[in-house]
Design a protein around this ligand. Structure first.
Ligand code: 15L
Length: 274
């Protein structure tokens, strides 16, 4: 059987870097696309490095050729100017989807974010957690772009029958520690992230799905049911780090009240290093 070829955009970013070693499999080639320089394939690593932008139709056409599946992580991962957000996240995702459609890529996984619903209240989450299909309440231009990405994914499924799974990622870092106490709510461990992407890659005929990307954290406020229906099983819990965060100040005011935390109060349209 031919190798499965999985294209990952934004593969040199935070999530892409964490996923590269974790999504390696016998019988799978990872095609890794980023604007930034990336380490060459290691001995025995089935990886193809592509340097280029998700906003470039020619680059994306080449990258999608022969790909079986696409994980789109590329784009700005935080707040930025409206122009940059529109160009890279919204137009860029359109370029990615259009290239995938033309190349016949059957399955697309799109990275959305909790910031698409950043102005939903933590208190409204309920016992099961905030449903994955809660309608958008973005907290930033970045959050608006993620809501648009979700809509584009839905459109490409409905119009062209592509399987599209959109993942509203909480916070995917090596540990929740850099995020402070909010990370105990939002953390998606890298290993759980890989388990989630594997479920997205292998679920039979998912159609269009919107799911949360989060570990089974004790303080979790996002529903896991939709991701579990695809075959995801979280094995990690941010609570293991709670002791190390005990003396760190938690968010206050609106940042404590709303899902998006500090994004809700950071200046709109200004690069946000959080
Ligand atoms: C995001 O969407 C960002 O990409 C990431 O850098 C984190 O800041 C995360 O949200 C978060 O909410 O912690």
């Amino acid at each position: 059987m031919a190798d499965q070829r999985v294209l990952i955009t934004g593969s040199a970013g935070i999530v892409g870097t964490l996923m590269r070693p974790r999504l390696r499999r016998p019988g799978r080639v990872l095609r890794l696309l980023d604007l930034a320089a990336q380490p060459a394939a290691e001995d025995g690593e089935a990886a193809e490095i592509v340097t280029g932008s998700v906003t470039d139709p020619a680059v994306m056409a080449g990258a999608c050729a022969g790909a079986d599946a696409l994980i789109h992580l590329g784009g700005h991962s935080r707040e930025n100017s409206w122009e940059a957000t529109l160009d890279v996240n919204i137009n860029g995702t359109h370029t990615v989807l259009e290239a995938a459609r033309q190349a016949g890529v059957k399955r697309v996984i799109l990275a959305s974010s909790n910031h698409a619903v950043g102005f939903r209240r933590n208190a409204d989450a309920g016992e099961a957690g905030l449903p994955a299909d809660s309608s958008p309440r973005p907290d930033t231009y970045y959050g608006v772009s993620k809501a648009a990405i979700e809509s584009l994914g839905s459109l490409y499924h409905s119009r062209f029958g592509m399987d599209v799974i959109v993942v509203r990622i909480g916070s995917c870092f090596e540990t929740p520690l850099p995020l402070g106490p909010r990370g105990l709510i939002t953390w998606l461990s890298p290993d759980d992230g890989a388990r989630l992407f594997e479920a997205c890659l292998s679920a039979p005929s998912p159609g269009y799905r919107l799911i949360w990307g989060v570990s089974d954290n004790t303080r979790r406020i996002y529903s896991l049911a939709e991701a579990e229906a695809l075959g995801y099983k979280s094995l990690d819990n941010a609570e293991a780090y709670a002791g190390q965060l005990a003396d760190k100040p938690g968010p206050t005011g609106a940042a404590a009240e709303f899902v998006g935390g500090p994004f809700c109060t950071a200046p709109l349209g200004e690069f946000n290093p959080i």
